[in-house]
Write a protein that binds this ligand. Structure first.
Ligand code: GDP
Ligand code: MG
Length: 174
């Protein structure tokens, strides 16, 4: 008998986007299936590991979340470097956070994450105040070669799919 011979892959995934959009909440929902109404902006590990099974393959995700440095636009190149995938998050109730998503795409691409597959995420989809039009955001993503999903860390909508779908894309390119 051979021991477990399931092929395994390892991907570095970084979370980017304005402070308060729900990056840490998305990670918390994915890794612990929990949600907190109040979160300190500085909560967030430098990275954590999570394994998932995607199409018969064991995938080890190294997920990088910020510890609030995005408030000062000062993430180190180490954060971006060698990332395979990036979740660039905005808040669907906050138009400005959508406008700033382009800033984070540029940061990623200029600081070592140029090979990173990007998924644009409209979070807080549970809110009634929808100030970023889904169709417009989806077209923007298409035009810029980004994947696009809408999520709610609060209800769990679209999570863990964002991680699974991103992994499927990354797996295809290995
Ligand atoms: P980060 O700064 O991007 O890491 O954002 P946080 O995860 O710290 O979340 C900021 C605030 O938004 C917190 O009060 C969260 O409870 C709240 N929040 C995060 N995700 C959602 C969501 O999907 N829906 C709603 N209604 N609130 C959310
Ligand atoms: Mg955070």
């Amino acid at each position: 008998e051979t021991l477990n011979s399931t092929p395994s892959l390892r991907f570095k995934i970084v979370l980017l986007g304005e402070s308060g959009v729900g990056k840490t909440s998305i990670v918390l929902r994915f890794t612990a299936n929990r949600f907190h109404e109040t979160m300190s902006p500085t909560i967030g590990a430098s990275f954590l590991n999570e394994s998932i099974q995607v199409e018969e393959t064991e995938i080890n995700l190294q997920i990088w979340d910020t510890a609030g440095q995005e408030r000062y636009n000062s993430l180190t190149p180490l954060y971006y470097r060698g990332s395979h995938g990036a979740l660039i998050v905005y808040d669907i109730s906050d138009e400005q956070s959508f406008d700033r998503a382009t800033y984070w795409v540029n940061q990623l691409q200029n600081q070592g994450g140029e090979k990173s597959k990007i998924m644009l995420i409209g979070n807080k989809f549970d809110l009634n105040q929808k100030n970023v039009d889904s169709k417009m955001a989806s077209e923007y993503a298409d035009q810029n070669g980004l994947l696009f999903r809408e999520t709610s860390a609060k209800t769990g909508l679209g999570i863990p799919d964002v991680f699974v779908d991103l992994c499927k894309e990354l797996k295809r390119e290995v």
